[in-house]
Write a protein that binds this ligand. Sequence first.
Ligand SMILES: Nc1ncnc2c1ncn2[C@@H]1O[C@H](COP(=O)(O)OP(=O)(O)O)[C@@H](O)[C@H]1O
Ligand SMILES: Cc1cn([C@H]2C[C@H](O)[C@@H](COP(=O)(O)O)O2)c(=O)[nH]c1=O
Length: 216
Amino acid sequence: MPELVFFSGTMDCGKSTLALQIEHNRSTRGLVGMIFTRDDRAGEGKLSSRLGLVTDAVEVEDGQDLYAYIVDHLSQGGRADYVIADEAQFLAPGQIDQLARVVDDLGMDVYAFGITTDFRSKLFPGSQRLVELADRIEVLQVEALCWCGARATHNARTVGGEMVVEGAQVVVGDVNQAAGEIGYEVLCRRHHRRRMTAATSRAAALSPDVLPVPPA
Ligand SMILES: Nc1ncnc2c1ncn2[C@@H]1O[C@H](COP(=O)(O)OP(=O)(O)O)[C@@H](O)[C@H]1O
Ligand SMILES: Cc1cn([C@H]2C[C@H](O)[C@@H](COP(=O)(O)O)O2)c(=O)[nH]c1=O
């Protein structure tokens, strides 16, 4: 049975790498994938992994009907045996419904990859719809880690290493950004709740307030 599978995890846990591996394994067996993405850090029409691999993809636009796009492609003699959608958190809920229709009406597997929650730990609308519709949700096996060593489950947005909680839901960016730039850091829930990033935890450890007080 064809499936809609949502591969989810924090930023930097290997989602795009897995998408590229699935694509590689199928294409080496002669299957043809339709690859969608939106706002990849590598630029328009690219699906990229931090391991350095990149492939061309269809850049999804606002209001684009993904079901109609695939039907058009097939009716013009194109081929597609399965679908990959990276950065699926950026898709509109209606576009996730269209991907579910691709599974049900066209009989293709659809593999969607994305982060579930934003920097405020709220669901992205596209991810919410995936949770509602997916046949299967797979949490990536390679755990990203918080600075404390615990499993990272949350995405923090940072400016100069400090966690921020105000701003637009979508700001394309990366982990390990230079000081002063908007960046991201993955944290465990405890440290996300306390807004403690690697930089602020180091600063707290060095603060005179927490150094042992010498005897008088
Ligand atoms: N230099 C490296 N050596 C080995 N693995 C790396 C290196 N850089 C990144 N990675 C791996 O790549 C993962 C990020 O992969 P990527 O597919 O870009 O993540 P995602 O799409 O989930 O944001 C990291 O969690 C790590 O496992
Ligand atoms: C948490 C969060 C992330 N983003 C952006 C930042 C990146 O461009 C992507 C995630 O990419 P990855 O391949 O999973 O690392 O999402 C955002 O726009 N808003 C957020 O709250």
